[in-house]
Each structure stands twice: as structure tokens, then as C-alpha cells.
Design a protein around this ligand. Structure first.
Ligand code: HPA
Length: 273
């Protein structure tokens, strides 16, 4: 089992020196959703490359910046870019944004991501609130990360999504009149998008959307006792749902098209906290 306090001691010292505030909420912005930062007041930004031990971001659309921002009196810790398993990083690196959020004292975490739509009622451009997830393919790594769990940790483990937080999100969606789908987010490790056959299996086992992030962050945040919720931007039909071959450009293009409604929903959520 890895001692994260030891592994990230210097990094946390650097960051707490740069950021002396207690966030009301931490947000991780998924692929193509990084522009959200333009709509809030940024007090201070730190480049992750300046933090000792922070894994470099390798993907287009993932900036690698951490911001202290404010919106309507709420203090926000915003990660513009995340760390994925398919980039070759270890699980102890992939959960780093959650570890940092917890260290800085954030009690709430909103995870956002781009995902492929599987549910036949979903179309590219829809937003989906996560009702549950399937992370069986990453269970082993999570066990390695958490080790033998304390009783409290064990009880927290599947405290995701926070029903209280999901209710706040549903109400916020009604207030800004944004249609919000709900469904099961199915985690795949990547590194590639799925095959049509894999998507067929996921569909039969109850997955509504598929993506390569978020689940390990959600499990770890729940374990730490943070109230956590996740919103997916459905950026494409998952492989085999249509004849079109997927690519990352399509993912960022769709995310770009929905950024207005994504921004108004997330702002309303922050305002409602
Ligand atoms: N599959 C996996 N991850 C994704 C997808 C997808 O179809 N779209 C955006 N992220």
C-alpha cells in the first residue's frame, strides 16, 4: 500500500503555500469542458508542471492547471485537466486531484467528464447525471490503493453518488431549464475507445454511457468522506451505435457545443450550495 502523505509531501507543501483558502467545492473539468474557467473569477492559477511529482498531462483538451476561483461568494478549487489510467499512470497518480482537494479541505467534489452515449434515448450534446457506476475493471487497482480498509472507509466506499448532492444538481437543472438525463456510467480502462461488441455487452449489463475516467476519483473521494457527484457530457454515440468511427476531435467538438448549457448548470449548482 502506498503512503500518499509521504509520496506527495512536497507537492502538498508547495500547493498549500500557493493556495491559502478552504474550497467550498472542488471541480474536475473533463475533456473539452475546461473553458468553464473563463466564466468564473480566477484569483490564482498554478501550473501542474510546477508541482513536484504531478504527472504531466498528455492529452489535447486537458490543460494541466489548478485554479483558485470564486463565483457568487463561493470558493472553488478547479482542476483543468485530469490524470487518466490510459496515460500509463499508476492509480496513486490518477487520484491525485481528489487527494489534493481533500487536503485543502474541500467537503464536496463535482466530477465532470466526456462520455459515449449508449442508452438509445441519449444523443450527443446531452448532459447526464450519474445515478451509479460500474467500475469492476478497476477494482483490483482500487484495492491496491486503499489497502485493508478501516471500518469507516469501508462504510464510505460506495457512498457515491451523494444523494443530497444529486438532489441539488437536479433542482439546479430545473432552475436553468437544462434537460438532464440520468444513468449508469460504465468505466473502461482504455487506452482506446471500445469496440462495438464491448459496447453491446455494456448495454446489456445496464450501462447508459461509457468513459475512461471518474470512477476511481469517485470511489476514492467517497472513501475520504467527501460528498461527490458526477456529470457526463455525452459527446458521441458509443462505438457501434452508429456506423461512424470515433475520434477525440469529435469528443472535444461536441463538448465545445454544449459549453454554454454546461456552464449555466454548473454555475447554478455552485450558487445553490
Ligand atoms: N468511450 C470512452 N470514453 C469516451 C467516449 C467513448 O465513447 N467518449 C468520450 N469519452
Amino acid at each position: 500500500m502506498i503512503n500518499l502523505n509521504f509520496k506527495y509531501k512536497n507537492l502538498i507543501e508547495n500547493l498549500t503555500h500557493a493556495f491559502s483558502f478552504k474550497p467550498d467545492i472542488a471541480l474536475i473539468l473533463g475533456s473539452g469542458l475546461g473553458d468553464f474557467i473563463k466564466g468564473v473569477d480566477v484569483a490564482k492559477s498554478v501550473s501542474t508542471s510546477s508541482l513536484p511529482g504531478y504527472p504531466p498531462s498528455t492529452i489535447a483538451g486537458h490543460e494541466g492547471k489548478i485554479h483558485h476561483a470564486e463565483y457568487k461568494g463561493k470558493k472553488l478549487l478547479i482542476f483543468q485537466g485530469r490524470i487518466h489510467f490510459y496515460e500509463g499512470y499508476h492509480i496513486s497518480e490518477c487520484i491525485l486531484p481528489v487527494f489534493i482537494s481533500h487536503k485543502l479541505g474541500a467537503g464536496k467534489l463535482l466530477l465532470t467528464n466526456a462520455a459515449g452515449g449508449i442508452n438509445p434515448y441519449f444523443s450527443p450534446g446531452d448532459l447526464m447525471l450519474t445515478s451509479s457506476f460500474n467500475g469492476i475493471s478497476i477494482k483490483k487497482e482500487l484495492t491496491d490503493l486503499l489497502g485493508v480498509s478501516s471500518l469507516e472507509g469501508k462504510n464510505n466506499l460506495y457512498d457515491f453518488p451523494s444523494e443530497n448532492f444529486n438532489d441539488i444538481i437536479r433542482k439546479a437543472a430545473l432552475q436553468v431549464k437544462t434537460g438532464l438525463k440520468e444513468g449508469v456510467y460504465w468505466y473502461t480502462k482504455g487506452p482506446s475507445y471500445e469496440t462495438p461488441s464491448e459496447v453491446k455487452m455494456i448495454s446489456r449489463y445496464g450501462g447508459d454511457a461509457v468513459g475512461m475516467s471518474t470512477v476511481h476519483e469517485a470511489v476514492y473521494a467517497g472513501y475520504l468522506g467527501m460528498q461527490t457527484a458526477a456529470i457526463s457530457c455525452i459527446t458521441n454515440y458509443a462505438a457501434g451505435i452508429t456506423d461512424k468511427k470515433l475520434n477525440h476531435a469529435e469528443v472535444t467538438e461536441t463538448a465545445n457545443l454544449v459549453k454554454g448549457k454546461f456552464e449555466s448548470l454548473v454555475k447554478k449548482i455552485i450558487e445553490s450550495l
